[in-house]
Design a protein around this ligand. Structure first.
Ligand code: FMN
Length: 324
């Protein structure tokens, strides 16, 4: 059992926020494979105040999409408070504040990982959010900005601000998404906090999940790139956790999941936007398979659900034939 504020979770495997990926179809798909808590992608507090079609898409949820975390990013108290007001009527269970995003367009404005360089300011922002949030607040951090690994100081300050849980990506801002995960710093952070610590970084397989738990003592892990084209990762992790066996999906399983995912994208988005969105998922589902490049070229030209279904069937038949 994992307890984050008043939220009780039975699973220690969480779906991390993924910008450009974590829409309602993606969250529901992963839930169908055993994910319990899932997050929206990070949403700028200013866009929450102004509202837009894109923001509405990111926030769209339904009764099957719970428990749900919303992740916000920003650094101006005025907009943070307005964003919290705008979220008041929305159904969600956790509010996560992003102090981890390394993208230049975010850090150049003093947001995301940039706040790791302003521990006092981050603490004050978190205290403000905790005071006004209707749900438990968490923060997502990194091990540090570059060579200065100040995650411990940040974590203690965040806890003092009253947050209910801490997500930590075991890389510095300078590392982005590359290089080794720093298990030692995550372990040090876990050791000094009383609130749950949820670790992120290279959660790609059962072995790496085991390594994360063993080397850091974390309370839970957040899956990110490991779930791209691979919702089975949740089944695999649950099987590991409950000492059960896990059977890798075959090409028929993959094609059936692709069909279902495509359909929910086509239903969710207006016009042909669902097709455009699904193209990148097609590449992730087929990554590592023979002929993946040939499919990648074809996928760019696919314009309708029907064409996409035909391509998925082509992928299935080629690889079914190869397997027999
Ligand atoms: C395409 C992409 C988008 C991401 N978007 C977000 C985001 O919106 N908010 C966030 O906190 N982290 C985001 N992340 C970081 C992941 O949640 C995760 O912490 C990171 O990828 C490390 O985990 P991994 O090595 O298992 O992928 C993103 C990562 C990727 C690859």
């Amino acid at each position: 059992m994992l307890t984050i504020g008043n939220l009780k979770l039975s699973s220690p495997f969480i779906l991390s926020p993924l910008a450009g990926v974590s829409d309602l179809p993606f969250r529901l798909l992963n839930r169908a494979f055993g994910c319990e808590l899932a997050f929206t992608e990070m949403i700028d507090v200013r866009s929450l105040c102004y509202g837009s079609k894109r923001t509405e898409e990111m926030l769209t949820t339904n009764k099957h999409d719970r428990p749900l975390g919303i992740q916000i990013v920003g650094n101006e108290p005025k907009y943070i408070l307005q964003a919290l007001e705008a979220l008041r009527s929305r159904p969600f269970d956790i509010l996560d504040f992003n102090a981890a995003c390394p993208a230049k367009k975010i850090t150049s404005k003093g947001k995301g990982a940039s706040l790791l360089r302003e521990p006092q300011k981050l603490q004050e922002l978190l205290a403000l959010i905790v005071k006004h949030s209707p749900v438990p607040v968490t923060v997502k951090i990194r091990t540090g900005w570059a060579h200065c690994l100040n995650a411990k100081e940040i974590a203690l300050r965040a806890q003092e601000a009253g947050i209910s849980g801490l997500f930590i990506h075991g890389r510095t801002k300078a590392q982005g998404y590359m290089g080794n995960v720093d298990y030692t710093t995550i372990a040090q952070v876990k050791k000094i906090l009383d609130i749950p610590v949820i670790a992120s970084g290279d959660i790609f397989s059962k072995a790496l999940v085991e390594k994360m738990f063993n080397e850091t003592g974390c309370d839970a892990v957040a899956v990110a790139r490991g779930a791209l084209g691979n919702p089975w990762i949740f089944k695999e992790m649950i099987a590991y956790h409950t000492h059960k066996s896990f059977h890798k999906p075959d090409v028929n399983d993959i094609a059936a999941t692709m069909n279902a995912h495509l359909k929910s994208c086509a239903d969710f988005y207006p016009h042909d936007k669902g097709i455009v969105i699904f193209r990148k998922f097609f590449n992730w589902y087929t990554k590592g398979f023979r002929n993946a490049r040939m499919f990648r070229e074809k996928i760019c030209r696919t314009k309708s659900t029907k064409e996409m279904l035909t391509l998925i069937e082509e992928f299935r038949t080629i690889h079914c034939a190869a397997a027999t």
